[in-house]
Design a protein around this ligand. Structure first.
Ligand code: GTP
Length: 324
């Protein structure tokens, strides 16, 4: 079994962090988002193909320096090709069937069960579906009594959504679907290809585990809380002289005597936090300095951010190197 992971998006909703770092490398619960996605894959996956594009070089260098424990190969796009175009561009030599994953989906899905479901149903594809309160930003499926998808609508108006079951970004497809995607131009798999495949049988695998699309700042922080609560966060020791409460993941070489952390914090490498400062429900990336008595809550701080002494930050997303 091979897996194709879509990692080529711009991550516009996580700007300004994503001006320098691809979304997939933002750490949550102790490691980059992409590595949590790879954790979902069965350990005997033969190869993971990453359909990359935006910041492909940054991603590749990171993967080389931090091998994820599964064989990965990047296939970059010269121009963004969309989800379908990316699948077509990177999809040569995939297995039949293959797994297709979005790179920003934080979920508790049993992939072995998904694969067994796909085989039993015998359709051309199976989409994992998650139930959400507001399906408007997603692809929404209407199912019949045998779990076959009768209708699939991408980003419907809330009142027009056929259900609250949405494409969770974890799918199984027969390799033949790749032949139906035009080459060399941007293609949206969800809007241009999926509707035409419904007649061949696409089934919905309803997942009851947690699910979050970590593509926006509030959802990224929620995804981090879900991972920590599920015990899927890192457990590095708290830096000497610091106080910690609840789940926290520290990087290497952090200095924070007299600072307090938690719950729900990820710190990168080489972070310095001054005495009396407090960090809570946050992602603090490499080389950040937080001044004495400052408070950082519900925020994402990009690499090299500098927070002045005594400053209070709430609900902020600060780009690499920002000084506040
Ligand atoms: P936003 O700009 O914030 O919407 O983020 P995004 O660019 O990642 O878009 P979105 O979350 O809708 O993308 C869903 C998945 O498809 C993510 O895993 C993206 O990395 C991926 N993706 C989006 N566009 C492309 C593309 O042009 N090429 C490839 N290879 N992947 C893409």
């Amino acid at each position: 079994m091979k897996a194709l992971v879509l990692v080529g998006g711009f991550g516009t909703r996580l700007r300004p962090i994503t001006y320098e770092i691809p979304k997939q490398l933002i750490p949550i619960a102790g490691k980059p988002m992409l590595y949590h996605v790879l954790d979902l894959l069965p350990r005997d996956v033969e190869e993971v193909v990453l359909a990359s594009g935006y910041k492909a070089d940054v991603l590749e260098r990171f993967l080389e320096a931090n091998p994820p424990g599964l064989p990965v190969r990047c296939v970059p796009e010269a121009e963004p090709l969309g989800t379908g175009g990316g699948m077509r561009n990177a999809g040569d030599g995939l297995s039949d069937p293959f797994l297709l994953l979005n790179s920003d989906v934080i979920a508790d899905v049993d992939v072995a069960e998904l694969l067994a479901f796909h085989e039993a149903k015998g359709g051309v594809g199976t989409m994992t579906l998650a139930e959400v309160d507001d399906p408007e930003p997603y692809g929404v499926a209407a199912l019949d009594s045998s779990d076959r998808i009768e209708r699939f609508v991408e980003k419907p108006k809330r009142a027009e959504a056929p259900s609250r079951w949405i494409n969770a970004g974890l799918q199984v497809w027969r390799a033949e679907v790749l032949d139906g995607i035009p080459r060399g131009r941007p293609v949206s798999f969800e809007t241009e290809i999926v509707p035409g495949l419904l007649a061949k049988g696409i089934y919905g695998f309803r997942s009851r585990g947690f699910w979050e699309d970590a593509g926006t700042p509030p959802r990224l922080l929620r995804a981090q809380r879900l991972l920590f609560d599920a015990g899927r966060g890192g457990h590095a020791p708290i830096p000497k002289g610091a106080l910690g409460r609840g789940p926290i993941a520290f990087g290497r070489n952090c200095h924070a005597p007299g600072a307090s952390f938690g719950p729900y914090v990820t710190l990168g490498d080489d972070v310095t936090v001054g005495a009396g400062a407090h960090v809570e429900n946050a992602v603090v990336m490499d080389r950040v300095t937080i001044g004495a008595r400052a408070v950082v809550r519900d925020s994402i701080l990009g690499p090299g951010v500098l927070v002045a002494d005594g400053l209070r930050i709430e609900g902020a997303v600060l780009g690499p190197g920002a000084a506040v």
